[in-house]
Every structure is written in structure tokens, then in C-alpha cells.
Design a protein around this ligand. Sequence first.
Ligand code: GTP
Ligand code: MG
Length: 184
Amino acid sequence: MMKDVRILLVGEPKVGKTSLVMSLVREEFPNKVPLRVKEITIPADMTPERVRTHIVDYSEAEQTKEQLYQEISKANVICIVYSVNNKKSIEKVTSHWIPLINNHTDKESRVPLILVGNKLDLVEHSSMETIRPIMNRYQDIKICIECSAKNLENISEVFSCAQKAAVHPMGEKAFLLFCPEEKK
Ligand code: GTP
Ligand code: MG
């Protein structure tokens, strides 16, 4: 049985990593956020898998590359956050973030990756068609989920999916698409 789960959030600046964490904790969208929130610990009995869980935010503006590499090597699951209204933040998932994570983890002990598409409130269409080929290409990507920190849509699901992926890393690759309801 796993003792603790460390969930690390990475991704391009301004995609909403800090807002996601604060929306989860406060159950309210914060209008102003710091660049980075301190590590948050959720007691085991308040989580779906009953494992004490740490949520770790990252900010390029506040932290060094070395600190990032250290967090990557300590993480049990990594959420790569992009913004559904920002193509560049999606491109960087494969051109930057996945190679960087792979370079700082052992091939034998790769951690599960979750793709998190934030700011769903700003678009009419899902980013799933763009994301699906990426999911198919990388074995370590376990789940892809779209959410809105602003509307508190799928926020608790992001963290429960991450926790599940960490606790059951040998589980079959799940193409678990949490699509929002069709927008009318
Ligand atoms: P860095 O710390 O600089 O890497 O950025 P970050 O990824 O932590 O993003 P942050 O949480 O600071 O959010 C960046 C901007 O996006 C802020 O103005 C947020 O209010 C806004 N934002 C975050 N999430 C959402 C969302 O779901 N919808 C909308 N519309 N705006 C959001
Ligand atoms: Mg931040």
C-alpha cells in the first residue's frame, strides 16, 4: 500500500495551475492568485483512495530548473496543464514537457501523466480531438481531462483521477475522457 501520493502540476505559464489548486481547496475561484501556492497536504480520509496526498504547484517565474527537476523525480503522478484556448500551451505538452519529464525520470519507474485542459469556460469546443492523438502516442499518459477552475467544473475530478493513477499505476491505460456536457 502506498504511503503518500505526490501530485505535481506543471505546464506553460498562465495556464491556470495555481488557480486549479486554489479552486480545489477553497471551492471558489480566486480572482487573484500568487505565482505559486505552497505544498498542500490532504489527509488520507478526505481523499477517494484514502491515501495522504500532497499537491505541488510549480512556477517558472519563482523556481529554478533544478527545483523543477527535483520535484519531477519526487512526484508519483504529474499533471501537465494546458489551456484549451491556447494552442501553444498544447504544443508544448509534447515539444517540451513530456521530453523534460522523461529526461528526469528512470525509464523503469516512469510516473503516470495526466493531461489537464483548463479554462474550458472560454471555449465552445472540446480540445479532445487535438489531444487524442497525443494520448495514443504516449504510453505514460493515463487520463485526459478538461476543466475550468473558474466554473469549478471537473476540479475535484482532476485531483481524484491523479490520485487514482498514482495508486494504481499498473492499471491498464485508460482512455478516460471526461468531456463536458455538449455546449448548446
Ligand atoms: P504561472 O504561475 O505564471 O505559471 O501561471 P499559472 O499556470 O499558475 O496560472 P494562474 O493560476 O496564475 O492563472 C493565470 C490566469 O488565468 C489568471 O488571470 C487566472 O485568473 C486565469 N485563469 C485560471 N484558470 C482559469 C479558468 O478556468 N478560466 C478562466 N477564464 N481563467 C482562468
Ligand atoms: Mg502559478
